[in-house]
Write a protein that binds this ligand. Structure first.
Ligand SMILES: O=P(O)(O)OC[C@H]1O[C@H](O[C@H]2O[C@H](CO)[C@@H](O)[C@H](O)[C@H]2O)[C@H](O)[C@@H](O)[C@@H]1O
Length: 282
C-alpha cells in the first residue's frame, strides 16, 4: 500500500473509513472488485492471468464479515471463477461474479451462470469475428504481436506483446471502431486492449443492480477505464473507492485516481488493504 498522500488521504485513514462504512451495516454491505489488474496481476497473455492468492484470500476474509462480496469484470463470468481460483476459498461460498460488464451473473451458492438481458445475435458476432480476424492478419494495420481474444459474447484485440503498443493502438483504433459500428456494438478501450462488446451494459449498472436500494454500504476497487462507470456509481452512492495503480509502468488512469479515496500499489497493495479492512471489522 502507498500512503495515498497524492489525494491527501493516508491509507491508514482509508482502512478506518472503509471499515466504518462497511461495519455500519455489515449484513447489507457490498465489497466488489474488478478482476484483471486488481485481483489478478497483469500478464502478457490473457489466458495466463490468475487470481493472486493473497488478494483472493483477503476478499474471502471480507466475505466472512459482510453480506456480499463480488467480482465485476469484462471477462466471461465462468472464466473469472476458474482463473480466480475462488472455489474452496473460505468466505467466498456466497460470492457473486458479474461477467461481461454485467451481461452475466454467477452465484457461488447456485454454481451456475445466468445471462442478464439480450444477447447479440450469433450472425453479428460471426461478422465481427471475421472482420477482426482479417484486420489482425493484415500486417499494415496490425503489427506483429497483436492478438485476438474471443470471449464468446465479445472480442478483444490485444497489443501488449507488440514492439510499440501505443503505436499499435493508434493504428488499430479507427478500423476496430468501424467494425464495431457495422455490427452495432461498442468499443471498450483498456490496458493495451481494444475490446468490442455489446452496448447497453457497463460496470456501473451492474453494480447498481447488485447493491439495490440507495444506502447500501459499498466499497469498489478497480484499475482500468472499464471501471469508471462503477466508480461513478459508487461515488453517487457515497461509497468507498480504491484505485489499484499499475505495477507495469503504464500511465495512470487519471479519472480513477481523481475519484479514489485511496490509491494502492498494484494487486499486492489491494491484498494488504482488504486484509487490513477485514482485520478492523473482526
Ligand atoms: O474488467 P477486467 O476484469 O479488468 O477485464 C478487462 C480486460 O482484461 C483482460 O486484459 C487485461 O489483462 C490481461 C491479462 O493480464 C493483459 O494481458 C491485457 O493487456 C489487459 O488488458 C482481458 O483479457 C480482457 O478480455 C478484459 O476485457
Amino acid at each position: 500500500m502507498n500512503d495515498g498522500t497524492e489525494d491527501g488521504v493516508s491509507t491508514n485513514d482509508g482502512v478506518r473509513k472503509a471499515a466504518e462504512l462497511l461495519g455500519a451495516e455489515p449484513s447489507r454491505a457490498v465489497a466488489a472488485v474488478d478482476f484483471d489488474g486488481t485481483l489478478a496481476p497483469i500478464v502478457p497473455r490473457p489466458e495466463d492471468a490468475r487470481g493472486d492468492a493473497a488478494a483472493v484470500a483477503a476478499l474471502g476474509r471480507l466475505g466472512e464479515r459482510i453480506g456480499t462480496v463480488a467480482v465485476v469484470t469484462g471477462r466471461p463470468a465462468e472464466l473469472a471463477v476458474e482463473y480466480g481460483g475462488f472455489a474452496e476459498v473460505p468466505g467466498l461460498e456466497r460470492m457473486v461474479v458479474l461477467g461481461h460488464y454485467g451481461a452475466e451473473r454467477w452465484d457461488a451458492a447456485a454454481g451456475r451462470v445466468e445471462p442478464v438481458g439480450e444477447a447479440v445475435p450469433a450472425g453479428r458476432l460471426a461478422e465481427l469475428r471475421a472482420g477482426l480476424e482479417r484486420l489482425t492478419a493484415d500486417r499494415e494495420q496490425a503489427p506483429e504481436g497483436v492478438r485476438l481474444e474471443d470471449k464468446g459474447r465479445a472480442l478483444a484485440v490485444h497489443v501488449r506483446e507488440t514492439d510499440d503498443p501505443v503505436r499499435a493502438l493508434a493504428l488499430l483504433d479507427g478500423p476496430v471502431r468501424a467494425l464495431a459500428r457495422e455490427v452495432g456494438m461498442v468499443v471498450e478501450p483498456g490496458r493495451m486492449v481494444l475490446e468490442v462488446r455489446p452496448a447497453g451494459v457497463d460496470k456501473g449498472a451492474a453494480l447498481a443492480s447488485l447493491c439495490g436500494a440507495a444506502g447500501t454500504p459499498v466499497l469498489y476497487a478497480g484499475d482500468d477505464l472499464g471501471d469508471v462507470p462503477a466508480f461513478r456509481e459508487v461515488r453517487r452512492r457515497g461509497g468507498f473507492l480504491v484505485y489499484v495503480a499499475a505495477e507495469t509502468g503504464e500511465a495512470p488512469v487519471k479519472a480513477l485516481a481523481a475519484m479514489a479515496d485511496v490509491i494502492v500499489d498494484g494487486v499486492p497493495g489491494l491484498a494488504e488493504f482488504l486484509s487490513a479492512v477485514a482485520d478492523q471489522l473482526a
